[in-house]
Design a protein. Structure first.
Length: 263
């Protein structure tokens, strides 16, 4: 490989190599999966229900350990990390959960402060409050809502709060786990735009979105990975998905698209 070709190859943030996972020793949910997610990209993981999307996410986060194969994140073998090291390593991650998963008895501001209180013991209270307030402003939440409880704000505001909390530690990788499931079309588009805006305004950050929403995947993602039968059926750009001759991909895309198609 020439020096020019080597320098052009993208740096990989997340690499799965021949990953296999079984929970009962018989049936493999993941069957020799290979996947390389480029650093700085916004990648969507799609597929039929039960194809292993959430299982893959939990492997990357270190919640599950592979039956065999390897999961490397930012150059580290996640499964080999000791519990204390894994906890420390997870500071590189931010996660926006499907339901935002806010603490009901904490205010909006306190929710965003939580990871800072837990993991940034070097910061004083004033600094923590300032960082939390800044993250909330970055995701477009008005300060008049900072002292409200999650039950006192709208679903869209809850999503913004959850994203601000995910950004609190300035992670290198942001994960979105089904961020628009159960939302109405207007709120869905708002969340899609928020994800895209957040990605573009944080140079170098890697964003990974697990989603059933193909419209969002093809509208905002740089790359899309479609899972099927425990493997990656296709990894490529949205354009490559629309131009593929793989019958199953064509069928899945045709039935899943509702709002938009790439130009």
């Amino acid at each position: 490989m020439t020096e020019a070709a080597s320098s052009a190859a993208p740096e990989i943030a997340i690499r799965l190599t021949d990953l296999r996972k079984t929970f009962d020793g018989k049936e493999f949910v993941v069957q020799g999966m290979d996947l390389a997610i480029p650093k700085g990209s916004l990648t969507a993981i799609i597929g039929f229900s039960g194809t292993g999307k959430s299982v893959i996410l939990k492997h990357i986060l270190g919640i599950y350990k592979p039956t065999s194969g390897k999961v490397e994140v930012l150059g580290r073998d996640v499964a080999s990390l000791r519990p204390d090291d894994l906890t420390d390593f997870r500071k590189n991650f931010g996660v926006l959960f499907q339901s935002a998963a806010l603490f009901d008895d904490m205010t909006v501001l306190e929710n965003v402060c939580f990871p800072l209180v837990e993991h940034r013991r070097d910061l004083k209270e004033k600094q923590i409050l300032e960082i939390a307030a800044e993250k909330l402003k970055q995701v477009g939440l008005d300060p008049k809502h900072f002292q409200k409880l999650p039950s006192q704000i709208s679903g869209g505001m809850q999503k913004r709060t959850g994203l601000a909390r995910a950004l609190a530690l300035d992670p290198e990788i942001l994960f979105y786990d089904e961020p628009t499931t159960g939302l109405d079309p207007i709120l869905t588009e708002m969340v899609d735009d928020l994800i895209l805006e957040t990605h573009h305004h944080r140079p170098g950050i890697t964003s990974v979105m697990v989603s059933h929403d193909l419209d969002a995947a093809f509208r905002i993602a740089d790359y899309v990975a479609m899972l099927h039968a425990g493997k990656v059926l296709l990894f490529g750009t949205p354009e490559e998905f629309f131009n593929t001759d793989i019958d199953l991909v064509q069928t899945f895309v045709a039935k899943g698209m509702k709002r938009t198609k790439p130009n």
